[in-house]
Design a protein around this ligand. Structure first.
Ligand code: GLC
Length: 751
């Protein structure tokens, strides 16, 4: 080996060592993140520290918002003087790069910004809404969808998404049920963890920081009314509402977002029990807590903080770290710390948490790694993303009814009549949390059917307008066109923009004009399939009586219409099962499967002579229209021979249950078998059923498969009102079946 080689190596090593010696330690990539954080903190003024905890909005929610446009220059002056640590709603590789350059090159310490954005179910390629995605019961697909969303978002300059949301909810009147994973704590946790893994990956530059939100129990607003009061027992909080957040924290989420609501009469942003006692102490959360939009300042409106300074103190001392757009930290934090009214140690802890993740993302070593317009162009709307979105959408759509096997329609249709404004309007498909998704890229149901049946005659009649008013003249046209149609596809539901924040609805029945349309179509006597397009469960009681087939398409994202056509045609065999109960009536809400028994339970359909003085309505059944876990397939499955390996197990054992499932149809199909338990008697009443496992399994036509479940006995426990996990001996029931209602049952004893 020539001497010059060694000389070169030596030179490089010496240069590197000299450079490292001359540079500030926080800029030295050879040091640990903690060493770098500590060095940087020691160099920062109190004002600069407070600046890192100030997140400002870069503009409105859509479009690459130029934080440099005239309306925003005030924010850039604040940035230049070290008073901003993060922006939200600044998007696009070029725009974020431009603003990042100011932070890195025009501020005293060159601390890079974090760019945050609501990448809820896709950035540019939009996937099914999370509630729909959860109906697939496909955790791998959910992780993959989050990874694709992260790939597109990170290419567009985004470091951090405010997702996944995992607010458990039994409230279809609440517009944000679309963002969650339904009414079961364990399943919601499984999906939340999968999405955290997908968003964050190994935190290379193809991934983004994830956020656990909204902490906590935001999904239980009284009356389903947005931003309304939440009031529940700690027993309910621990057993129903906290598990999904904990699963996401344990999956390694970098951030947690406060919720708007109160708990125990204290706003979540200032709630030490939630943020410090549970999140940071019990769950050892090492990330940072960001407020929801202006929620620190809203503690004054709640009547919990007396003024801005008091709001700052209550947020910071509860354990919350970053202020999104309430400006109270910007106004008062530095002066309160400088005057000694607030401890600098707590400020350092909050800032240290934020800086840790900026180092972790590599922003100090390569601050422009997320701001490459060429990479952005290649990533957004990539073909493989479209394919993944289409598959995800088809696997999220729930077949609720299929009388006389109207569906699948097959591929030889000559003429289809499509009716309903929602079928044709691109503006009505995407929801409020569409990110940078554009209506013009979205496939409507009409377009999807035209793509699927290029040779067929496909006619469209609007039937009802954007206000859901029936278009009277269309009745004649529909009757006339139906004569030549092989089948009618009618689309009803809700405008996509009615799914999301500040979109609570007191009435979730289909509009009168839509029901009138169905009556007209029904009167033609033609085969009819109804597709419901909505971001929440609707009340379908008046629909289900009158139509033979219902496909609940939810909001399927960019590939919505193609996915609907894949199912209606039979190219995809539906397998999805709802993760929220469908109410029989609005008055029945909240209705959910994992309820307590009460002392006077009503047995729908099995009333006895004394069943008057029981817990029931006089005018409707207790049971929902469609139960949790319900969904049909073009295949059919029979369950048999449920077996519990041992009739009694001890607390270190594993419960082993197996069942045979036969595909009794002539078509291969995916079945989602569900396992529930019931703790028959315990020191606290327990739900009549609790989902504890499931198996999503492809079963060939005519085949029988033995499906086995293993459940560690530890998971048979529950929390008491103080968050202590109790595992109590006694009798248990175990249920296995295709949904939470139609189950086989067995018993066992926990010793
Ligand atoms: C909103 C939402 C929250 C979102 C944030 C930023 O008010 O409650 O989920 O992440 O503000 O858009």
């Amino acid at each position: 080996m020539p001497k010059s080689f060694f000389a070169t190596i030596l030179f490089l090593l010496l240069t590197h060592a000299l450079k490292a010696q001359n540079m500030h330690p926080y800029k030295n990539p050879d040091l640990s993140i903690q060493q770098r954080v500590d060095d940087l903190l020691a160099r920062m003024t109190i004002e600069e520290k407070a600046g890192q905890l100030n997140q400002l909005n870069g503009g409105v929610l859509t479009g690459p918002q130029a934080a440099t446009d005239p309306g925003q220059t005030g924010k850039l002056d604040l940035l230049r003087t070290g008073q901003v640590g993060s922006f939200l709603n600044v998007t696009g590789a070029e725009e974020t790069g431009r603003v990042q350059k100011i932070a890195v090159e025009e501020t005293r310490l060159g601390i890079p910004l974090l760019f945050g954005y609501d990448v809820i179910h896709g950035y540019k390629t939009i996937f099914p809404i999370p509630l729909a995605e959860a109906c697939s019961w496909d955790l791998a697909a959910a992780e993959k969808a989050a990874a694709i969303a992260a790939k597109e978002a990170s290419a567009a300059g985004i470091h951090w998404t405010f997702a996944p949301m995992m607010d458990l909810s039994r409230e279809p009147r609440w517009g944000r049920v679309m963002e969650g994973s339904g009414e079961d704590p364990w399943l919601s946790g499984q999906f939340s963890a999968a999405r955290v893994r997908g968003f964050q990956g190994k935190l290379d530059d193809q991934h983004v920081l994830a956020t656990v939100k909204h902490f906590a129990a935001y999904g239980a607003p009284e009356g389903g009314r947005e931003y309304n009061t939440v009031d529940m027992s700690r027993y309910a909080l621990w057993n129903y509402y906290l598990p999904p957040y904990e699963a996401a924290v344990r999956a390694g989420a970098a951030a947690v977002m406060n919720s708007f609501n109160i708990f125990d009469g204290i706003p979540a942003s200032g709630n030490r029990f939630l943020v410090t006692d549970i999140l940071k102490t019990r769950w050892s959360f090492q990330g940072f807590v960001v407020s929801d939009w202006a929620s620190f300042g809203e503690m004054i409106t709640h009547g919990y903080a007396a003024d801005t300074a008091n709001a700052v103190e209550k947020a910071l001392m509860a354990g919350s770290d970053m202020d999104m757009e309430s400006r109270v930290f910007q106004q008062k934090l530095a002066s309160l710390v400088r005057s000694g009214q607030l401890p600098e140690a707590r400020l350092n802890d909050a800032v240290g948490r934020v800086l840790y993740w900026k180092f972790k993302l590599g922003l100090f070593d390569d601050p422009y790694r997320y701001h490459n317009p060429t990479r952005e162009k290649a990533a957004l709307l990539a073909d493989q993303h479209q394919q993944a979105a289409r598959e995800a959408a088809a696997n999220s759509m729930v077949l609720l009814k299929n009388e006389g096997a109207i569906l699948p329609l097959g591929k030889n249709l000559k003429s289809i009549l499509v009716v309903g404004n929602l079928a044709e309007s691109q503006d009505e498909v995407l929801d409020f949390w569409k990110g940078q998704g554009e209506h013009r890229h979205t496939v409507t149901i009409l377009a999807g059917l035209k793509n699927k049946y290029p040779e067929a005659t496909i006619e469209f009649v609007r039937g009802y307008d954007k206000t859901n008013t029936f278009i009277a003249g269309d009745a004649t046209v529909i009757r006339q066109k139906a004569r030549n149609a092989d089948v009618v596809v009618a689309v009803i539901g809700l405008h996509g923009e009615l799914a999301g924040e500040a979109r609570a609805l007191a009435d979730i029945n289909p509009a009168k004009g839509q029901l009138e349309l169905l009556n007209v179509v029904k009167s033609t006597g033609k085969p009819l399939a109804v597709v419901v397009q909505a971001g929440r469960p609707m009340v379908l009681t008046d629909v289900v009586k009158n139509v033979p087939a219902i496909l609940y398409a939810w909001i399927g994202g960019t590939q919505h219409g193609n996915a609907v056509a894949d199912i209606l045609s039979g190219d995809v065999n539906p397998s999805a099962k709802t993760v929220m109960s469908f109410p029989y009536a609005v008055g029945q809400i909240p209705v959910y499967y994992n309820h307590y028994n009460t002392g006077r339970p009503h047995r729908d359909g099995n009333e006895g002579p004394n069943d008057f003085w029981v817990s029931r309505y006089r005018d409707i059944p207790n049971a929902p229209l469609f139960p949790f876990g319900y969904g049909m397939s073009y295949s059919s499955f029979a369950y048999s021979d449920l077996a519990v390996a041992k009739n009694s197990i001890n607390q270190n054992d594993t419960l082993r249950v197996s069942v045979s499932i036969t595909n009794t149809s002539e078509r291969d199909g995916i079945e989602i078998a569900q396992l529930y338990i019931r703790d028959v008697a315990a020191s606290r009443v327990r739900p009549v059923k609790e989902l504890k496992a499931f198996e999503r399994r492809l079963i060939p036509a005519g085949a029988t498969q033995r499906v086995a479940f293993e459940l560690p006995a530890q998971q048979l426990g529950f929390f008491d009102e103080n968050g202590n996990w109790l595992l109590e001996p006694g009798a248990f029931r175990v249920f296995v079946g295709p949904n939470s209602r139609d189950v086989q049952e067995a018993g066992f004893v926990l010793k």
